[in-house]
Design a protein around this ligand. Sequence first.
Ligand code: UFG
Length: 324
Amino acid sequence: MEILVTGGAGYIGSHMVAMLDELRHQVVTLDDLSCGYRDAVLAGDFVNGSLHDKDTLNNVFSQHRFDAVIHFAGLIAVGESVRDPAKYYQNNLGGTLNLLDAMRTHEVNQLVFSSTAAIFGIPEYIPIDEKHPQAPINPYGMTKWMTEKILRDYDAAYGLRSVALRYFNAAGAAPDASLGERHNPETHLIPLALRAAIGDLPALTVFGTDYDTPDGTCIRDYIHIQDLCTAHVLALKHLGSGGESRAYNLGNGQGYSVKEVIDVASRVCGISVPVKFGPRREGDPPRLVADASKIRQDWGWKPRYSELKEIVEHAWAWEVKCHK
Ligand code: UFG
């Protein structure tokens, strides 16, 4: 297959490009490098361009005959989305609409879309299945929720079929440390804990210890980046064989508290992660854990790296490599 990956220079996109290449697909990455890194694109063709640039989009689609698009390009910082919602709506919704226009013009009708657990807002029950009410509490979550709605309308009206994968906490790195997490600024727990252990940060701040959870810290469902990418490959197969539009929750189904993650990180590094305790971070739900039984049943998806220790080990190997 020939596949366009938007945001292929980012954390998840770059792992996806490498996996598609291993599976012998032809890959084209479209990324404006606003958040991604050119050297993270290890395979295929690379186009430096934005979804806001309709000419570039049209050129890319004219030069290739894509079977499908995997759409990662988008802004992901929850806090920033609250401070600057216009940026999020313009980028995540505006950019996506341009992409969908180009797909329609060039008759590409299969899309895998990066959605998020943030579309559910504050959970009413745990684990979160696909029937859980959707009530995003920040503009970032709203952009993803609205895109899912748009995709449903585009399928009904234009026959553009899609799979939306709602990621819980993407984590880890390529097992051979060829790729890993590189956000700027980094806000995610696991890389920050490891950087505190390695000495790049004086200490990790734990955001809140008074949550209604067993140890008072937030619980999240960490899913290995490779397992997340595998789900996209299954989504491509589904769409390629004429499958209908779907949306799936994607996580391991097991929750770990911030303190548990720190303990695992300390054991993996062999260094006690230096920690300080701070107030809650605004907009953090106390618990987010996926019920991913639907994608397991429908497609036989099964995480290969379901142990948090393995996820952190791979992230650690990557951090050590970057630190050198
Ligand atoms: N945390 C800390 N200290 C830090 C960083 C994080 O205590 O320095 C805590 C957070 O408060 C949270 C947990 O660690 O409880 C995980 O935080 P991350 O920032 O790693 O991940 P989030 O759960 O906030 O974010 C993820 C995705 C987002 C998505 C969100 C949905 O990365 O894209 O889930 O709520 F929007």
